[in-house]
Design a protein around this ligand. Structure first.
Ligand SMILES: *[C@@H]1O[C@H](CO)[C@@H](O)[C@H](O)[C@H]1NC(C)=O
Ligand SMILES: *[C@@H]1O[C@H](CO)[C@@H](O)[C@H](O)[C@H]1NC(C)=O
Ligand SMILES: *[C@@H]1O[C@H](CO)[C@@H](O)[C@H](O)[C@H]1NC(C)=O
Length: 272
């Protein structure tokens, strides 16, 4: 009796150790704090406002600046031009250690709608490893920054209550299914469309957003996908090469509320 009891206690203690090890193995996946990610994104917005990189902590040994899917010189890219920012919004991916910021500059000299992912190396948010930006301006797909601003200003991207959230696997699945609609005839029906959802593609509004969807037809998948997933906002942003309809640098952002698509934004640059 005593011995059995002792053995049970030992078993429990042992399984406790196994659980602890399991958690440690799980936590090898990077985890960054939301506050640190948002702080880095905020510095990025300030840099774009001033056209000065001096407030940005860029990694000294591993930094890449990419603009419209091509490695570029940060000193001559769009980030080196001061822009009047009329709207900014950021989401944070605490597992991917990355953030996504949308910027709209409609009232300055040169209008821009900019979709930018910042990436940090591992869990080290003290510096930025990559600025990955899709910068749409006059001539980009359905471009009209003023109209885009008006639509997006009217949206609500507040933090979701716990019971309105879905997990990151579902957010990624929906982001992927969206980009697969042009090559996979079944993708559109796998997406949980909300009845009152809005789709803003450049400056083109479609409401409800589940109307008139592509159902395959292209043989070229949209490739080179980079994700920022934020469960608290219910958003997934995917930067990609929109190859299904041509080689177009592109950002697709989707928000889900209570598991249903509420908003879709696209920023698409033609030709590169
Ligand atoms: C980037 O642009 C700056 C400013 O024109 C220039 O001084 C620098 O040499 C460029 N760097 C590279 C690697 O081309
Ligand atoms: C970014 O947006 C917030 C409101 O969401 C605003 O308070 C802040 O001033 C904006 N930043 C810039 C640089 O425009
Ligand atoms: C360099 O940064 C990239 C992200 O831009 C990251 O994926 C990679 O792991 C980093 N490499 C090293 C050696 O830190």
């Amino acid at each position: 009796m005593m011995l059995t009891r002792f053995a049970n206690v030992f078993d429990e203690g042992f399984s406790g150790i196994v659980v602890t090890l399991g958690l440690q193995i799980f936590s090898v996946q990077a985890q960054c704090t939301r506050e640190e990610l948002l702080a880095a994104a905020s510095n990025y917005i300030v840099a774009q406002t001033s056209g000065s990189l001096s407030g940005l902590s860029l990694s000294t040994d591993n930094f890449t600046y990419q603009e419209n899917n091509e490695v570029a010189n940060i000193s001559t890219g769009v980030l080196s031009q001061p822009l009047k920012i009329d709207l900014n919004r950021t989401s944070a991916d605490v597992v991917g250690c990355a953030s996504y910021t949308m910027l709209i500059s409609a009232s300055g000299n040169t209008p821009y709608v900019i979709a930018t992912q910042l990436r940090h190396a591992g869990e080290d948010t003290s510096s930025i490893a990559m600025i990955d930006t899709i910068a749409a301006t006059t001539g980009s797909l359905f471009f009209n920054a003023q109209r885009t601003l008006e639509y997006i200003q009217g949206e609500n991207w507040n933090t979701l209550n716990e019971d309105q959230r879905v997990d990151r696997d579902e957010l990624k699945r929906v982001g992927d299914a969206y980009l697969d609609m042009w090559t996979d005839a079944n993708a559109a029906d796998s997406i949980p469309w909300g009845t009152d959802c809005e789709r803003v593609e450049g400056s083109m509004l479609t409401k409800p957003c589940g109307a008139s969807l592509p159902r395959g037809g292209s043989t070229r998948p949209n490739g080179n996908r980079r994700y920022v997933i934020d469960e608290t906002i219910g958003s997934v942003d995917v930067l990609c090469s929109f190859d299904s309809l041509g080689n177009m640098p592109d950002s697709h952002e989707v928000r889900l509320e209570s598991g249903k698509v509420k908003y879709v934004h696209t920023v698409t640059v033609i030709g590169s």
